[in-house]
Design a protein around this ligand. Structure first.
Ligand SMILES: C[S@@+](CC[C@H](N)C(=O)[O-])C[C@H]1O[C@@H](n2cnc3c(N)ncnc32)[C@H](O)[C@@H]1O
Length: 567
């Protein structure tokens, strides 16, 4: 029966790829299981995962039942104890047996987990779980701490509403708090009261108590509010469209959070410019179109669906008025913490690594996705609630060893650098923002410095947008780029290429970082801005190929297909 395998796949995606259960179940066609049943099992198992992960881990069944991935164990154990009908498979089925033959041991662990949480009965535990208050053990407490550091971020979509309107309607019953730690503490102590906090850096942004689900509200359904992590709002805000802006290209746009944010800012700038939103992936292009419509952005956003940004011709007439570009390419996703958009966190029981268990290594598994899940699912993650969909195939995982990680990061940063250099070749461009939801310097400061040293940047006069020239909220943001990471690239190229007056500390100070798990309540993120003078913009260029740092020309056809991790 496919139900358990499919639910396990969904939990894996929620945990690793930061996609919501709802969008996974209802946007993908071809599930063998009934979508309603699949949604219910996945959601309930995720809700119970904090308790069940503890139960499964302590029972040790993953060491015995090699065919069980942590996700499969979660959904089976969920139904074994918590579903009225039990496991919906014949008792003789292998999956049924792999869980039920450990029923006594699992049941004992469930009782202990319940007692650790001070619950006299399973019904009481159920109430606690439903109220998202099931933390109890040290492990669970650690995981809960991570989750509780993330409020739910809400951007008011000013294409459709105003901040004040939303305060007066959707958030009328909320109690205001002055900062994020205050919001999280109040939400923890008093989970029945709704709290909010107006953001002090980004306009039209607010944080609310993590346990609140806004996806059922009218404002959410009508696109008046968008669930978007604070850090993810930085790129459009840093780009700072003003009355002199022309058009803005969003190079890697889907699902469209930053596109619609840019469109809102541009429309209020009074410039009359439009946003050209480019997305290579066909399926994600559909999401982008949907989000554009929902956000009321059809008039100002021109979607280029299934369009590879590298294949645009920057010198084409249609881009003659492009003064800004927002580049938010696929990345390792190492800054993402994986919470479902409905507020769900998937906690997975840990298991032996393949190196500890040679028998598990070469064992042929029936399904490709199950093959990789054991290793990958060792991470338990919590996360932002924005609309996200990813291609996780090449995402960096917690289990990547040093060499593998370095190779992946090198591959990714090469791709990111090529996109950035291409952005720099738009003739009338004066501002670019480059961002990733990665914490790795290779994808961040290294790309920035290499881009600044590249021929296209030098010929066209691109500089880092210094902190002093940034929009107020970004200037005020304290966490900046890593100077040592900028130095590392400059030291490497020293002697080969002149530094061209690049000052590592100025570049690092211009870069903006967000730490996941900090008191700011954001995911891990990086953004940098590039500027050049209006007088320099307009210089024509030989487009279609440009030299990299080593003088090697990259032609469009050379651009490697990349399916990294996309937020
Ligand atoms: C990090 S996501 C963008 C998230 C988006 N900016 C948002 O905030 O909603 C990266 C996106 O870039 C797309 N992409 C990757 N390479 C591309 C390329 N060469 N041209 C256009 N889109 C590309 C991916 O398919 C993915 O949808």
């Amino acid at each position: 029966m496919a139900l358990y395998h499919e639910a396990a796949d969904i939990l894996k995606s929620v945990g690793i790829r930061n996609v919501s259960v709802k969008s996974l179940v209802y946007t993908k066609k071809g599930w063998k299981s009934d979508p309603k049943t699949l949604f219910a099992l996945s959601t309930e198992s995720a809700k119970w995962s904090e308790v069940l992960a503890e139960v499964i881990e302590k029972s040790g069944i993953l060491k015995i039942e090699k065919q069980l991935t942590p996700e499969l164990a979660l959904v089976l154990v969920h139904d074994l104890f918590l579903s009225k009908r039990g496991i919906a498979l014949p008792a003789s089925h292998g999956l049924h047996a792999s869980a039920s033959r450990h029923k006594v041991r699992l049941s004992a662990e469930l009782t202990k987990a319940r007692l650790r949480r001070g619950c006299a009965s399973l019904d009481q535990l159920r109430t606690e779980v439903n109220q998202n208050r099931s933390g109890g053990s040290a492990d669970a407490e650690n995981q809960k701490t991570a989750a509780s550091k993330h409020p739910r971020w809400v951007r008011v979509n000013t294409l459709k509403s105003t901040f004040q309107d939303q305060l007066d309607t959707t958030f009328a019953e909320y109690t205001q708090t002055s900062d994020i730690p205050g919001l999280l503490q109040a939400s923890h102590l008093d989970p029945d009261t709704k709290y909010l906090c107006q953001d002090r850096h980004v306009p039209d942004l607010l944080a609310i108590s993590p346990q609140i689900d806004l996806t059922t509200t009218k404002a959410y359904k009508q696109g008046q509010i968008i669930l978007q992590d604070k850090a993810s709002c930085f790129p459009a805000y840093l780009l700072n469209p003003d009355e002199d802006s022309g058009d803005i290209v969003d190079a890697c746009a889907a699902p469209g959070n930053k596109t619609t944010h840019t469109a809102a800012l541009l429309s209020h700038s009074g410039s009359g410019g439009k946003v050209v939103a480019c997305e290579k992936d066909a399926l994600r292009s559909l999401t982008l179109i949907k989000m554009t419509r929902l956000a009321g952005g059809e008039k100002i956003i021109a979607v280029k669906a299934k369009q590879d940004f590298m294949k645009l011709d920057p010198s084409a007439k249609e881009f003659a008025n492009v003064t800004g570009l927002l580049l938010d390419p696929s990345c390792s996703g190492s800054g993402i913490v994986g919470r479902d958009e409905g507020g769900l966190v998937v906690h997975l029981p840990s298991t032996m690594s393949s190196s500890e268990d040679p028998a598990a290594r070469g064992k042929k598994r029936k399904r490709q996705n199950i093959k990789s899940s054991r290793a990958e699912s060792k991470t338990t993650t919590t996360a932002p609630q924005e609309e996200v969909e990813e291609h996780p195939a090449l995402a960096v995982t917690a289990t990547d060893n040093g060499d593998k990680l370095a190779a992946r990061l090198e591959n990714l940063s090469g791709f990111q650098l090529r996109l950035l250099q291409r952005a720099m070749s738009f003739p009338a461009a004066r501002r670019i923002t480059y961002s990733t939801c990665s914490i790795h310097a290779e994808e961040n400061e290294h790309v920035v410095v290499k881009a600044l040293l590249s021929p296209v940047a030098r010929e066209r006069g691109w500089r880092i947008m210094s902190r002093g020239k940034q929009v107020e909220g970004m200037k005020a943001w304290e966490l900046r780029g890593w100077r040592s990471a900028c130095d590392a690239v400059l030291d490497e190229v020293d002697g080969e290429i002149a530094r061209d007056g690049l000052d590592a500390s100025e570049v690092a100070e211009g870069c903006i970082r967000c730490d996941k798990g900090s008191g700011e309540g954001t995911m891990g993120f990086f953004v940098a801005g590039f500027v050049r003078d209006a007088a320099v913009a307009g210089v024509s260029d030989k487009v279609g190929s440009f030299a990299d740092n080593n003088g090697v020309a990259h032609k469009e056809e050379d651009q490697e297909e990349w399916n990294g991790f996309d937020d």
